[in-house]
Design a protein around this ligand. Structure first.
Ligand SMILES: C[S@@+](CC[C@H](N)C(=O)[O-])C[C@H]1O[C@@H](n2cnc3c(N)ncnc32)[C@H](O)[C@@H]1O
Length: 211
């Protein structure tokens, strides 16, 4: 959350470099450390607005790639290929508009955050619900071998989600990039190399499509 009046080198750097949010530096740090994205990839960005991740991802996948952003609110950045925007509520799980652009992705990333109430337990539960909603999308749209990155507020229920991801992917880590404020409960779960078949959703999707 922006905190007016509090000095923030990441916010200043984002302004200088033309990014619409300081969140860019979290994704960039993770990409530099774990080599997440490649030219030509298709990436689904859940909770994409105002759009600094869209800006970064577009530069990483290049003109031969695709970045589809989904959010309740439109991005503040120009939307032009390779970037597409689909308005919507990820919790509602209506995949059709996204599938009309692409029915599989190499990476699904989610920086979704709930509207915070200041009540820790409520905010944590809402954040977990959003992370789980992102995981539902990733189950259906992520190709085998793909990666899933999701923000969540640390607390009850996170360990169970980590265990699910650890079963579905070859690697699953809790990560906290430098741009994430130390005082914040937010962490990211980074799951890499999705296994081919691990649960009914994936099997159903593959059988249904004859793939
Ligand atoms: C921290 S911002 C994302 C910042 C973005 N990564 C960037 O770099 O500009 C969180 C976003 O999640 C979106 N969001 C929250 N709940 C959502 C939901 N249920 N469906 C879609 N988007 C949601 C909010 O509208 C907000 O734009």
């Amino acid at each position: 959350m922006p905190r007016p009046g509090v000095p923030d080198p990441y916010r200043d750097q984002a302004r200088t470099e033309g990014y619409v949010a300081r969140a860019i530096y979290k994704l960039k740090a993770l990409d530099e450390k774990h080599r997440l994205f490649q030219p030509g990839q298709k990436v689904l960005d859940l909770g994409c607005s105002p759009g600094s991740w869209l800006q970064y991802l577009a530069s990483r996948v290049g003109p031969g790639g695709l970045v589809v952003g989904v959010d309740l609110n439109p991005p503040a950045v120009k939307v032009a290929p390779p970037v597409y925007f689909v308005p919507g509520d990820v919790s509602g799980l209506e995949l059709e508009a996204v599938r009309a652009v692409s029915d599989f992705f190499d990476a699904v990333v989610s920086d979704m955050a709930p509207r915070t109430t200041g009540i820790r337990e409520v905010d944590q539960q809402r954040s977990l619900d959003l992370a789980r909603a992102a995981w539902e999308w990733a189950k259906k749209l992520l190709r085998p071998g793909g990666l899933f990155l999701v923000k969540v507020f640390e607390g009850p229920g996170v360990e169970a989600l980590v265990r699910e991801l650890a079963a579905a992917f070859k690697i699953c880590r809790r990560v906290k990039p430098p741009g994430s404020r130390a005082a914040s409960k937010e962490i990211y779960l980074l799951a890499m190399n999705k296994k081919k078949i691990h649960h009914r959703d994936t099997e159903d999707t593959e059988i249904h499509r004859g793939k």
